[in-house]
Write a protein that binds this ligand. Structure first.
Ligand SMILES: Cc1cc2nc3c(=O)[nH]c(=O)nc-3n(C[C@H](O)[C@H](O)[C@H](O)COP(=O)(O)OP(=O)(O)OC[C@H]3O[C@@H](n4cnc5c(N)ncnc54)[C@H](O)[C@@H]3O)c2cc1C
Ligand code: SF4
Length: 339
């Protein structure tokens, strides 16, 4: 590992000063200052020689980043340092927004969820094996070196949002659930504060796949906000994976519906495990509105959601698995709308 300095920040101001001091802002994997939260992604990738840092600014003592409020009348608020395990067990969330709680319950392991924070969770890096293995060409890890996955093992790679430079999937679960609820992310840097819609936080790879998000290296996520909506109650996060626990999604769907008089009045569908960033499926959402929710309408929405996917040879199996999995998620949400 590289040598780095370690600073423990006690306030947001303090953290921004410290990160500024250490930055020589390079590319997404370059040697600059980095914020350290639970460390379950950052330390892992530094040990693998994939991520580099000349300074770690430990933000875990900053109290103002730890606030969680799920009972407000206009929005839910999750401080960036809220622990995955605490939010997954929040009783209000479990009742009123099960998709959000379930996306966290089904992520990683109990031990990891006890350490890991929501801010860090949004910013986790891809699990593409070639990204994590430094002997392979990988444009995300080493810009311009090529992409070993394009002609290599790409069973788990993206069928939406890929480019000739990178087809790595975004691996997180929580961001997918947040995408279904039009969440927003508040961030602050030495240049001021800004709010970023969750769906705009992650970038498509294009020809700069080393840049995962629109955040600058010295920009700190302060909180995540979710507008209160009646769609929360009839929602679910449905995750299909190679084994039942401790695995990333092969495909996941965050769905939320509002049913009135036997007809769907509003629907939200976000997909995970299949795209280079959290992915919404607007055509599938529209197909449900004004319809009764039956297996047939749910499956049609599932088919529409994957209509314009571009699978590779090894990821072609997703085209039959994924519509079915989305339809199953919609049927779970329907059951919840009837309670
Ligand atoms: C074996 C294993 C299995 C896993 N399985 C899953 C899974 O199934 N689903 C899933 O969703 N996740 C999974 N994860 C990922 C895990 O959830 C993330 O590693 C974790 O959420 C990251 O949070 P952290 O607090 O540890 O972040 P850190 O490792 O501390 O930080 C991650 C990145 O975010 C930056 N950062 C952290 N906080 C902030 C902030 N407030 N502002 C700006 N930048 C910040 C850091 O600089 C770093 O670049 C798994 C991880 C492992 C190791
Ligand atoms: S898919 Fe992306 S992360 Fe994986 S090898 Fe190609 S460039 Fe690297």
């Amino acid at each position: 590992m590289d040598n780095f300095t370690y600073v423990r920040a006690t306030s947001v101001t303090n953290a921004l000063q410290a990160i500024g001091d250490g930055s020589g802002h390079g590319n997404g994997n370059g040697h600059h200052g980095r914020f350290l939260a639970g460390g379950t992604t950052l330390v892992d990738l530094m040990r693998l020689d994939v991520l580099h840092a000349n300074r770690l600014v430990d933000i875990t003592s900053i109290r103002e980043l730890q606030t969680v409020s799920t009972t407000g009348t206009t929005e839910l608020v999750f401080g960036a340092l809220a622990k995955m395990s605490d939010v997954a067990a929040d009783p209000t969330l479990l009742r009123a927004y099960p998709a959000l709680a379930e996306s966290l319950q089904q992520a990683a392991s109990e031990q990891l969820r006890n350490m890991a924070t929501l801010g860090g969770n949004l910013l986790q890096r891809t699990r593409c094996e070639y990204f994590r293995g430094t002997s392979y060409p990988c444009n995300k890890r080493s810009p311009g070196s090529g992409c070993a996955a394009l002609a290599g093992l790409n069973r788990g790679h993206a069928i939406f949002g890929g480019s000739d430079s990178c087809i790595a999937t975004y691996p997180g679960d929580f961001a997918v659930a947040l995408a279904a609820f039009d969440a927003q992310v508040d961030a602050v840097s030495p240049r001021g504060a800004r709010t970023i819609p969750l769906l705009d936080l992650h970038r498509l790879p294009g020809d700069t796949p080393h840049l995962d998000t629109v955040l600058e290296p010295d920009e700190l996520i302060v909180r995540i906000r979710v507008p209160v909506t009646p769609l929360g109650r009839a929602s679910t996060y449905h995750k299909v994976r190679d084994r039942e626990s401790y695995a990333f999604a092969t495909v996941s769907s965050a769905v939320a519906i509002l049913v009135d008089g036997g007809l769907v009045r509003d629907a939200r569908i976000a997909l995970g495990g299949v795209a280079t960033k959290p992915w919404r499926a607007p055509a599938a959402e529209r197909s449900l509105v004004g319809q009764p929710l039956t297996w047939e309408t749910a499956y049609r929405a599932g088919t529409l959601a994957f209509d314009d996917a571009t699978p590779r040879t090894a990821s072609r199996f997703k085209m039959s698995l994924d519509p079915k999995s989305l339809a199953q998620a919609l049927m779970i949400a329907k059951e919840r709308s009837e309670r």
